[in-house]
Design a protein around this ligand. Structure first.
Ligand SMILES: Cc1cc2nc3c(=O)[nH]c(=O)nc-3n(C[C@H](O)[C@H](O)[C@H](O)COP(=O)(O)OP(=O)(O)OC[C@H]3O[C@@H](n4cnc5c(N)ncnc54)[C@H](O)[C@@H]3O)c2cc1C
Length: 428
């Protein structure tokens, strides 16, 4: 089963949808059936818009159905965003906006799961584990900010012994336990959200790769076997699309991230290594992340290949890190290994913008997109409906474009990652 994702193999909803054939019309066409696209569609349908979603493979096929399933408050590019917004709206409003971007996604997900009765193995509890003793300072700051903002009850700083009570591992110098963060089966979540969107009237076509967007007062979205004419297009193809290249080429770089899942562990063993069923990641730039699944597998990810190409030996690369983390799992059977592409933005701030007045795009959460995509979807739906304030905060952020194109940018990212990996190996 190596190379099939654990999520695809365990998905609750496996129904397929039709391919787009012929001419259709709607208010909005959304390209891409991941968290971003599906939630934009759902949000717009809840506001009364008629929406068609076009997905080249099946719902959740991209990063959404391949990720670590950790719903955390980490917002990539937060410092750059806050600095930019401080100039735009003042320090206090900027700090509030960024704080909301960190945490509001959790509420949206919980609300959708409850409102639409989505079964997706949602569990609360996360540990941000300090790789080096010096990393505790950063975790102290997060705890202090949570305290100031009334979320102090949700977080607890753990020292080395505290971490070793929470996890059977020789690693880490301490950590921040966060009960607001969650983990879940992301493919089940997005497919539940897609059903919710359909219940609100959204039409979803799978196996429908968009080949081009004809811009104009009523843009037309084309596939090999059909066309959709709309008022507005929203491009939500993540790191997998090459559309609107004239505006977007050389701005987003796909990074291939690997994941694997062990065979189910005996319940007693799963409880022994992770008694509180926490999702965990560490404080390194190139980090390890892991958690237990509902059927007691360890789902483990880490590293990143910034060449954009999937590794040919994911298990060979990840197994040493898994065994270093949980020595009792030495030699454990690995049943699944897969990779997915995350969209990396050089300044790390999510890219929200337009390639024409009625062609929007949202992409690039730099590997931290489950909560963020849910907030971004709301911002995009709001913008399509004509309320531009939050969208403009992002749209006004300059994003570098690599004039040499994606390949040269990819090379620079690969070099950058090698630098960080070397620093971390040397402990500096
Ligand atoms: C291995 C891995 C682990 C991760 N772990 C975490 C984690 O634990 N926590 C977290 O918060 N984030 C994580 N992320 C990031 C997170 O998964 C993404 O940020 C998020 O899923 C992005 O959603 P999206 O809808 O924007 O893009 P995607 O999920 O990639 O969806 C884009 C969709 O668009 C479709 N598409 C592309 N081009 C076209 C076209 N021309 N026509 C039609 N359809 C098209 C694709 O097929 C795809 O389904 C991880 C990412 C990876 C790859």
């Amino acid at each position: 089963m190596i190379n099939e994702t654990y999520y695809a193999a365990s998905a609750r909803d496996r129904d397929e949808r039709d391919t787009l054939r012929g001419d259709y019309g709607a208010d909005v066409a959304v390209i891409g059936g991941g968290f971003t696209g599906v939630n934009i569609a759902l949000d717009l349908a809840e506001r009364g818009y008629s929406v068609i979603v076009l997905e080249q493979h099946c719902i959740g096929w991209g990063a959404t159905g391949r990720n670590g399933g950790q719903v955390t408050g980490s917002l990539s590019g937060d410092r750059t965003l806050q600095k930019h917004l401080t100039r735009r709206i003042g320090a206090e409003a900027a700090a509030d906006f960024v704080w909301d971007m960190r945490w509001h996604g959790h509420d949206i997900i919980r609300d959708r799961v409850a409102r639409y009765a989505i079964e997706c193995d949602l569990v609360s509890g996360h540990l941000h584990a300090a790789w080096r003793a010096s990393d505790m300072a950063e975790l102290h700051d997060v705890a202090a900010e949570a305290d100031r903002r009334g979320l102090g009850d949700s977080v607890t700083l753990l020292d080395r012994d505290g971490v070793h009570e929470a996890l059977e591992t020789p690693l880490y110098h301490g950590g921040l336990l966060n009960r607001r963060n969650m983990h879940l089966h992301p493919l089940d979540l997005v497919r539940g959200e897609a059903r919710a969107a359909e219940s609100q009237g959204v039409r979803i076509f799978e196996g429908s790769a968009v080949t081009g967007i004809v811009q104009g007062p009523r843009p037309v979205v084309e596939t090999a076997s059909g066309r959709v004419t709309v008022e507005t297009v929203v491009l939500a193809g993540g790191a997998y699309h090459r559309l609107e290249a004239r505006s977007l080429a050389g701005r987003l770089f796909p990074a291939a991230l690997g994941n694997m899942a062990t065979a189910p562990l005996p319940a007693a063993e799963a409880r022994a290594i992770n008694p509180q069923n926490l999702a965990v990641y560490d404080t390194r730039f190139v980090l390890d992340y892991y958690r237990l699944t509902a059927d007691n597998r360890v789902l483990f990810g880490g590293g990143a290949n910034y060449s954009g190409k999937a590794s040919e030996d994911i298990v060979g690369e990840l197994r040493p890190a898994l065994e270093r983390t949980f020595p009792r799992l030495r030699g454990v059977e690995i049943e699944f290994a897969w990779s997915g592409q995350a969209g990396i933005v050089p300044n790390r701030v999510p890219m929200l913008g337009r390639t024409a007045p009625n062609v929007f795009y949202a992409q690039g959460y730099s590997g931290h997109g489950i909560a963020t995509s849910h907030i971004v979807a709301g911002i995009m739906a709001e913008a399509v409906a004509g309320t531009m304030d939050r969208f403009d905060h992002f749209d006004s952020i300059p994003h570098a474009r690599n004039p040499l194109g994606e390949r040269a940018g990819q090379g620079m990212l690969t070099l950058g990652m090698a630098y960080y990996k070397l620093r971390e190996a040397l402990g500096v």
